[in-house]
Write a protein that binds this ligand. Structure first.
Ligand SMILES: [Zn+2]
Length: 283
């Protein structure tokens, strides 16, 4: 009993990562750790001080982050219906009046504006575009956010992780290929990538197995391990970086394909996902 109380107290008092501010022109992204390894984000338009919460599974933490930053929370961006992303929606709607809630799946609670592919809307002066990326779930949306004329950030939920991608719970290799190769890879290479979980070290260990001779993988793994030793997030990366070390973004690379015994990008995607699902890193 004492141990259970201690564990709960410890969980309430500690974060898996230290909260972190990431600055981009007139956009500010506050990384807010949640649960065991989830990331929520507070996306702030510095021009109007309006803010959006991305996947606010722990509403009180996001509401506090908004108060600390002195910004007005107007919007919720939901990437997909899994509880560790959408599970806080009803609570945050009850606590913050007048929120506009975006999402691409009828299983997401509280959506006021349903989205499909390529819907554009504003958060203050920031322009947001929905990218429909089904596979991990059949209604998954990524959010591409631009400030002024500069391309800036993409919130990728459980579709694209640093050095990895989400499991194919409700989709096929062909759909993940479309999401990663035809949609996310086509964003400007300096676009910052904010994903839904801190999985970077284990993803990079698999990336090292999948591409043992890729120096970008080795370098990023060493850096990510150091960050995690200090409880710092490894987020964000960029689309350009992902194209260098993320095997799932590199399925058309002949070296990656050869190891998967195919010259087809979609078959390579299926091979890698299956292999990663069964991969046990040696520490
Ligand atoms: Zn998920």
């Amino acid at each position: 009993m004492v141990k259970i109380v201690f564990d709960i107290a410890k969980r309430l008092l500690t974060y898996h990562s230290k909260p972190f501010n990431s600055y981009l022109k007139n956009m500010r992204v506050k990384i807010v750790p949640a649960l065991e390894d989830n990331y929520m984000y507070l996306l702030v338009d510095e021009t109007t001080n309006e803010a959006a919460a991305v996947d606010p599974v722990e509403p009180d933490k996001i509401i506090k982050a908004a108060a600390d930053e002195g910004v007005k929370l107007t919007t919720v961006l939901t990437t997909h219906h899994h509880w560790d992303h959408a599970g806080g929606n009803e609570d945050i709607i009850a606590k913050v009046k007048g929120l506009t809630v975006y999402g691409g799946d009828t299983r997401i609670a509280g959506v006021t504006t349903p989205l499909a592919h390529d819907f554009c809307f504003k958060i203050g002066s920031l322009s947001v575009r929905s990218l429909f990326t089904p596979c991990h779930t059949s209604g998954h949306i990524c959010y591409f956010v631009e400030s002024n004329e500069e391309p800036a950030a993409v919130f990728t939920g459980d579709t694209l992780f640093l050095a990895g991608c989400g499991k194919f719970f409700e989709g096929t290799p062909s759909e993940m290929y479309h999401a990663l190769v035809n949609i996310l890879s086509k964003l400007p290479s300096n676009t910052k990538v904010y994903c839904g979980h801190e999985y970077s070290v284990s993803n990079l260990k698999y990336a090292k197995f999948a591409e043992p001779d890729n120096p970008s993988v080795q370098n990023k793994l060493q850096w990510a391990m150091k960050q995690r030793m200090e409880n710092l997030p490894t987020i964000p990366s960029t689309i350009g970086e992902e194209l260098e070390y993320n095997p799932f973004m590199r399925v058309n690379d002949p070296v990656v394909q050869r190891r998967c015994h195919t010259s087809d990008g979609i078959k390579t995607m299926g091979f890698l996902r299956n292999e990663k699902d069964n991969f046990k890193p040696k520490v």
